[in-house]
Design a protein around this ligand. Structure first.
Ligand code: NOJ
Length: 735
């Protein structure tokens, strides 16, 4: 290793002896390196190939990755897993003429070896510190196993549960989504990319990928700039402000231009306006797919359009590799545009410390120590507990009493480590996943297990065995929902109702007279109205990762009092989708209570469960919402509300602050989340929660994407969910 670094160092004339300590400052180093690079070598830095398999789509030329790396034709790789393989490719890269090291990226979406809850579940915790800690763990494991780049976080806001990828985001709210994206980036990247326990994050998918028409995967996105700026853009912008190292362009088009070749998004907004300094990578094969969009005539045209629009790295397809040289020689693309892209990539390699030591992430000893380390398992458990949302708890059936000795555990999902891992968890170690079945058994309970329904077809299957298990047990715990693989990329659905067989199963089990607890396992909001009526309690457990079973048991028995709140509205009917709490009043709001209003004739407007909803084993009382008046733009006012734990057990509450701009120069939502606090209160304990009301809470983007703060009245609302009945309110006047 040292030999090639020294060789490169000498070639560059930058240092004499001891390359490690004497590497030149970044700009100087990269400039000197670029001076030595041929056109082909520069283009090579822009090429990213996938090593194994064809994971997420078509495309990918059939060439020897080894040869291309050795020839300096590849700048980064994805899907190379493990220190050994990563080292092998890095060694090949060092054999190229200039020995420029590779970057290795992977989809580490919710845990690397240790599985963490799916991102939507983590978002339900409303615990930014815990979310950041989870990202730190994901980075530690990934980096220990050789990676220096992960394709996360997904910061796409979505209002549409039909879109399967909602599992990978933070839900529907732009304010909260921005905070979550920033927390994840802080966790992944730490203080410095040079720290070998951190990795580069990748903000994705820029932009608007969460709003495909009709929830259909990869579909077109069509929205006004005002809508984009207020509801979809905030998490992307926050990610850039948090210093995200890389950005991935989205598959979809935006304002009629595919994001992968969208000059407005990549050059103007991201770089010129927000000052983004890192590099932009395409999504899988999406440069070539400009041809399918019919935005490019052929692959050569696609290469020209993408590079000029500011797309630096081409993932999987080979338009740059094949055509950029020609395009530059013909003068159709300026070499200066290429140089800028190359510089951005080399700068990141420098910041990662790869020029000092290309193998700094390849330490098998460290990998063995860090993967599945006890403190990471512990963080996964704490994250999982905090991600669970208690949706129903009739007659306080939960927490279960310690007197319960036997449990009927129904549903194959309860014993499926593969499903517990959740969608898009290719590296999670399935052998170390604790399922609910494992956890209950370890608690020393008698577990009467039956499947009840067929996991593949969802038809009732073995009902009698399930009934028998229920009859001989103290309580019935049934796993319902969808399989992990039914959410995530390419898993859009038109029907998000719980399968009829599962609803029927709950109805049958109820006939035994035993308390029936439903564990809703899902990667997206589902509709389950019959179960809502019938089950005694419902816990939304999403997909929780390696410690799923322990977390679920801890919540069932009250060792952890559930504190999660829904980060996405759960519809009552699929026809309500897209559904979200920050809707507009319209000219005929449903609150007018007459026929000609914005509503349905066959369904209420109300969702099954609103954004911000989630129960606890205790209750919290809100009172005394106050705000200081007399504030002008640019100043801040203090809002306060008193919260009291009125129940018998300690618990955590997510205190939420919403704001409505009463009259504005554009139409504004009925309410928007502008603050929240997660509190721990002992029984009888009260706390006054304060929020700072700043311009960021009161302003909005106008239709030209300028942020404005307009004087006037604002309704402030504080409480336990976005539902009007759950909120106290007062008026604030901005002078
Ligand atoms: C496609 C997905 O959209 C993206 O999120 C992912 O990072 C890439 N494939 C690479 O696997």
């Amino acid at each position: 290793m040292k030999k090639s670094i020294l060789l490169m160092a000498c070639c560059l004339g930058l240092f004499v002896e001891g390359a490690l300590a004497q590497i030149a400052p970044k700009e100087e180093f990269v400039s000197a390196l670029m001076e030595r690079m041929t056109l082909e070598e520069k283009i090579g830095q822009l090429a990213q190939c996938s090593y194994r398999g064809n994971f997420t789509g078509p495309g990918g030329a059939n060439y020897s990755k080894e040869d291309y790396v050795r020839e300096g034709k590849i700048g980064s790789m994805l899907n190379v897993v493990g220190v050994k393989e990563i080292r092998r490719f890095q060694e090949l890269a060092l054999q190229s003429r200039l020995g420029i090291p590779l970057i290795f990226g992977l989809d580490v979406i919710h845990g690397y070896h240790t599985g963490f809850p799916i991102p939507l579940a983590e978002a339900a915790s409303f615990d930014l510190g815990m979310i950041e800690e989870a990202a730190v763990c994901n980075a530690r494991e990934s980096a220990a196993d050789g990676l220096n780049w992960v394709f996360a976080p997904m910061a796409d806001i979505s209002w549409d549960a039909r879109w399967g990828r909602v599992m990978e985001g933070a839900g529907e709210d732009p304010y909260y989504g921005a905070l979550v994206a920033a927390a994840r980036i802080r966790g992944l990247q730490g203080e410095s990319l040079a720290d070998t326990a951190t990795v580069m994050a990748c903000l994705k998918h820029f932009a608007g990928y969460g709003a495909p028409i009709a929830g259909k995967e990869y579909n077109s996105v069509d929205m006004s700039l005002g809508q984009f700026a207020n509801f979809y853009m905030p998490p992307y912008k926050a990610a850039v402000q948090a210093g995200v190292a890389t950005v991935m362009s989205a598959f979809n088009d935006f304002n009629n231009i595919p994001c992968t070749a969208n000059d407005f998004l990549l050059n103007r907004l991201l770089r010129e306006q927000w000052g983004f300094q890192g590099f932009v990578v395409s999504d899988y094969n999406s440069v070539e797919e400009l041809v399918n969009h019919r935005y490019a005539a052929d692959k050569k045209d696609a290469a020209a359009k993408a590079l000029q629009a500011g797309l630096d790295v081409e993932m999987v397809s080979t338009c740059y590799l094949t055509y950029l040289k020609e395009l530059i020689e013909e003068g159709r693309v300026k070499e200066d545009v290429l140089d800028k892209a190359v510089r951005r990539i080399l700068e990141k390699k420098y910041e990662l410390g790869l020029f000092e030591d290309p193998f700094r992430y390849c330490n098998p000893g460290r990998a063995a120590r860090v993967l599945n380390a006890p403190d990471i398992r512990d963080a996964s458990l704490r994250m999982a507990e905090r991600s669970i949302v208690l949706l129903e708890n009739k007659a306080g059936v939960l927490p279960l009493s310690s007197k319960i000795k036997s449990v009927a555990l129904i549903g194959g999902l309860n014993r499926s480590p593969h499903d517990m891992a959740g969608a898009w968890a290719p590296t999670t170690d399935r052998s170390k996943i604790i399922t609910p079945y494992d956890a209950l058994t370890r608690r020393g309970l008698t577990v009467n297990y039956a499947e009840g329904y067929n996991l593949k077809t969802n038809a009732l299957d073995g009902l009698e065995a399930a009934m028998e298990a229920a009859r001989k047990s103290d309580v019935v715990i049934v796993a319902i929902g969808e399989r992990a693989s039914q959410s995530g990329e390419k898993a859009a659905k038109v029907d998000i109702n719980l399968p009829a067989g599962q609803q029927q199963l709950i109805a049958e089990l109820k006939k035994t007279g035993k308390p029936v607890i439903a564990l809703l396992m899902c990667g997206r909001p589902l509709i389950f109205n019959d179960v809502r009526r019938q089950a005694d309690a419902i816990l939304c457990t999403w997909w929780l990762g390696s410690e799923a079973g322990n977390a679920i048991c801890n919540v069932l028995w009250g060792d952890y009092n559930p504190s999660g709140k829904l980060p996405m509205t759960f519809p009552a009917h699929v026809g309500q989708v897209p559904i979200y709490y920050q809707y507009k009043s319209t000219g005929r709001p449903a609150t007018l209570r007459q026929a000609y209003v914005s509503s349905y004739i066959d369904s209420p407007n109300e969702p099954a469960y609103p954004f911000g909803y989630g129960l606890s084993y205790t209750t919290f009382e809100y009172s005394g919402l106050k705000v200081e008046q007399g504030r002008k733009a640019g100043e801040h006012a203090v809002v306060s509300v008193d919260v009291r734990n009125a129940g018998k057990v300690a618990g955590e509450e997510v205190v939420q602050l919403y704001v409505q701009d009463k009259v504005a120069s554009i139409t504004r939502p009925v309410k928007e989340l502008k603050g929240f606090r997660k509190l721990y209160l002992k029984p009888g304990e009260s706390q006054t929660v304060t929020f700072s009301l700043t311009d960021e809470c009161l302003g909005f983007y106008d239709n030209n994407m300028h942020y404005v703060v307009e004087p006037g009245d604002f309704i402030l609302m504080a409480g336990k969910s976005s539902r009007q009945e759950d909120l106290l309110q007062t008026v604030f006047t901005l002078e």
